[in-house]
Design a protein around this ligand. Structure first.
Ligand code: SF4
Ligand code: SF4
Length: 93
């Protein structure tokens, strides 16, 4: 039997809070409704969305493209789920 590893992409969306003007266009743009405005204000007094990393993010970049302030960046990373072959430690006598 071969080992099967699962490789998935995990996307991270980061908002540069000081660039944000609180327009909420990113919130409306997300097809998965993952972006939510927080109650926090940046130094200019704008309400900003929460940064998040969410496994439901499909990396479509709609939020990135929609932001008029270029305040959103997206990274991705391979996430490999190791198989469950847990090797127990042996005490050598
Ligand atoms: S990349 Fe797409 S799915 Fe992910 S938060 Fe942005 S709009 Fe939503
Ligand atoms: S689209 Fe950009 S400026 Fe508008 S709320 Fe989202 S991060 Fe802020």
């Amino acid at each position: 039997m071969g080992d099967i590893g699962i490789v998935a992409k995990q996307f991270y969306v980061r908002v540069d809070l000081e660039r944000c003007k609180g327009c909420e266009l990113c919130v409306d743009a997300c097809p998965r409704d993952l972006l939510i405005m927080s109650k926090r204000l940046n130094s200019k007094g704008y309400r900003v969305p929460d940064n998040h990393s969410d496994e439901r993010c499909i990396g479509c970049r709609q939020c990135v493209d929609m932001c008029p302030e270029a305040a959103i960046e997206m990274d991705k990373e391979d996430v490999s789920a190791p198989d469950r072959g847990d090797m127990s430690a042996e005490n050598a006598g």
